[in-house]
Design a protein around this ligand. Sequence first.
Ligand SMILES: *Cc1c(COP(=O)(O)O)cnc(C)c1O
Length: 348
Amino acid sequence: MLSETVLQQARAEMLDWQGSGMSVMEMSHRGKAFISIAAQAEADLRELMAIPTNYKVLFLQGGASSQFAMVPMNLLRGKAGADYINTGAWSKKAIAEARRYCQVNVVASTEKSGFSTTPVQSGLQLNADAAYLHYVPNETIGGVEFPYIPESADVPLVADMSSTILSRPIDVSKFGLIYAGAQKNIAPAGLTVVIIRDDLVGQTIAGTPTMSDYATHVQSDSMYNTPPAYAWYMAGLAFAHLKNKGGLVAMAEINQRKAAKLYAAIDHSDFYANPVTRESRSWMNVPFTLADAALDAAFLEEASERGLMTLKGHRSVGGMRASIYNAMPEAGVDALIELMADFEARYG
Ligand SMILES: *Cc1c(COP(=O)(O)O)cnc(C)c1O
């Protein structure tokens, strides 16, 4: 979902951005107008996340999936291996890609539990000589979220924050690198945000393509080649909107409340179930099953009649998944809870 406020502003500016006579889609990315849009977006993201000055912010293409390879290419820095935590589908993809470049040490895995929880800090078998520690703070498909930031001492911490970035304040200084595909919690598809501590830039492995070297993008303010200009602009609108709503402290409060009421509705019913241990439940992605999977289609049909879309669970897990990202208003969660109660009353 995108915020309606953001979509309306984009509509109002669609044909003529602030008197420029052009749509943002038509602008040269080297022109004054777009450069101001780009710079403002970065400034607003820096303010929202309180990003320290020794971190670079990049606006790239290729999705989070490209980062699965760019991270080892850039961050191995002569080391043989990297540590990875495996908490679900996206962790596994990151691990498989990293194996093309280095020895991957899986320092904890919750696969045996069906990815229904997160490992505790004391359960991480960390290697002091690892190039970095990679984890996925929020596993989008399983709806499993770390309730803490792993402690990795001097080893840079790398996080795929695609589905949790901007959901609450975080201490960026604890991370070496953060990346996120924009399409979950920021903007339309096509943009990938990377936040990288500056000492980690510029030590790629031999053969790294120019486009895969963070230094390329740092040196050119993410304009080495044509950037995803419209998605970058939309991200900027979303950042400004979040600032107006009170920033990430306010978002955290709203997000926590939205998630809590949905989990409460699931837990107070024998008809719906969520498999994730309480402390590791995601604020953003809430998977749930119906007592009888044969009713899934009817549930989805009724949901869609009420304007509740995209509730079908990922094809790998089935059931339902409510993605209640920043842009999902609390009223949307209330409407889902009402449908769930109605449906249960008739079929439960
Ligand atoms: C969606 C998602 C991805 C994949 O993102 P793309 O931008 O499509 O490559 C990776 N990691 C997580 C956690 C995701 O939710």
